[in-house]
Design a protein around this ligand. Sequence first.
Ligand SMILES: Nc1nc2c(ncn2[C@@H]2O[C@H](COP(=O)(O)OP(=O)(O)O)[C@@H](O)[C@H]2O)c(=O)[nH]1
Ligand SMILES: [Mg+2]
Length: 381
Amino acid sequence: MRKAAIILPTYNEAKNIEKMILSIMSVSDTVNNWDIHIIVVDSNSPDNTGKIVEDLYNTNRKKFKNLHVLHTKKEGLGKAYLEGFRIALEKLKPFVLFEMDADLSHDPKKIPEFLKKIEEGADFVIGSRYRKGGSIPSDWALHRKAYSFFGNWIIRFGFMKLRITDWTTGYRAIKAWVIRDSLPKLGNYTGYVFQVALLHNALISKARIEEVPINFKDRKEGVSKINSFQYIMHTLLYVLQNSSFIKFCIVGGVGFVVDFTFAYAFIHFLAIPKVLSNMMSAEIAIISNFMFNNYWSFAHKRIRRSSSLLFSLLKFNLVSSGSVFIQGAGMWLALNLLGDHILHIGSVEFHSWILYKVVIILFIVIPYSYIFYNKFVWKDK
Ligand SMILES: Nc1nc2c(ncn2[C@@H]2O[C@H](COP(=O)(O)OP(=O)(O)O)[C@@H](O)[C@H]2O)c(=O)[nH]1
Ligand SMILES: [Mg+2]
C-alpha cells in the first residue's frame, strides 16, 4: 500500500487541532488503498497545541498509530513545512505529501479527490479556490479578497502560467520526488511565500500540475497568523527576482535608448531624412530587443537554430507592429474621448497626450507584449 503523509503546521491551534485530526482520520478510514499518516509540526505553541496532540496520541496509541508530532522553533510557516517534509521523507518514506492548514479551513473530505489525481499521474495537485467549483469565503472583507485575488494574478502574470489558478493555496498534494528536488532550494523562504517558491520549483522540475476545486472556509476558532503586508511584499519580490518580467522591462528600456541613439545619429551625423531614420532606428531597436530577450530575459526558452531564429525574429516584428498599432489606436481613442488638453501638476505644465502615452504603455503595451512574447515568440517547451 502506498503511503501518504499529511503535514499539519500549527501555531496556537489548540481549539482546532483535535477536531482536524479526527476529521482526517474519519476520511482516511474510507480510503483503503492508501496508508495515511498525519504529522503535526508545532512551533512551540504557547497554547499547548503540541501537548494536546501528544496527549491525544497517549489516550489510545493503537487508534492513533499514524499520528506523529514534531516540535520546532517558531520560525515561520515555510520553516515548519521544510522540517516537516524532511522528517516525513526520512522516517515514513511516503509516496505523496499533503499540505493542509490545521484550522479547519481545508475540508478533509477532499483528500480522496487529491489522491485520485495522483493515481492518475499528477505530480502536484493544487486545491484551488479560484477555479470553477472552488471559492473563498463570501464574507471576507473586501481588502482581504482583493489581496488574495490580485496577489494571485501578479504571480500568474509574472510567471505566465495562466493555467494555474491558485498559487498561494495551502491545500496541496505533492509527490515525494518533487519535494526532494525542491527542498535544497527553499531554505530561504521561511514565511508564507514558501508556498509560491515550492510551486515555482515544481514547475522548473517539470512536475505535472493538476488542480481540484476547494471551498475555503474561514476559521471559527483562533486567529490568522499571516502578516498580509509582509506577505505581499515577499511575494512581489519573489516574482520580480524569479520571473522574466523585470528583465523584459529592462530590455524594453534599453530598446528605447537604442532607438533614440540611432535616430539621433542617423539624422545629425548622416543627414538621413527623419522619417527614414526613425524607421531604421526602430528596426534596429527591435532586433536588439529580440537578441537581448533571447539571450537573457527568456534564456530558459532560448531559440537556438538559426532558421527558427529568423522566423522568430519575424514573429517578434509582428508583435512589435502590434504595439505600434495599439499606441496609435489608443492615442486616437484617448484624444477623441478625453480631449487634448494642457494639464497642470503644481507649477508644471504638460500635454495630456504624454499622460495617455504613459498609461497606454504601462497598462496595455507592456502586458500585451509580455503575453505575446511568452505565448507566441518564446513558447513553453
Ligand atoms: N508550525 C507553524 N505553523 C504555522 C505558523 N504560522 C502559521 N501556521 C499554521 O499554518 C496554517 C495556516 O495559517 P493561518 O494563520 O490560518 O493563515 P491564513 O489561513 O492564511 O489566515 C495554520 O494551521 C497555522 O497554525 C508557524 O510559524 N509555524
Ligand atoms: Mg487559516
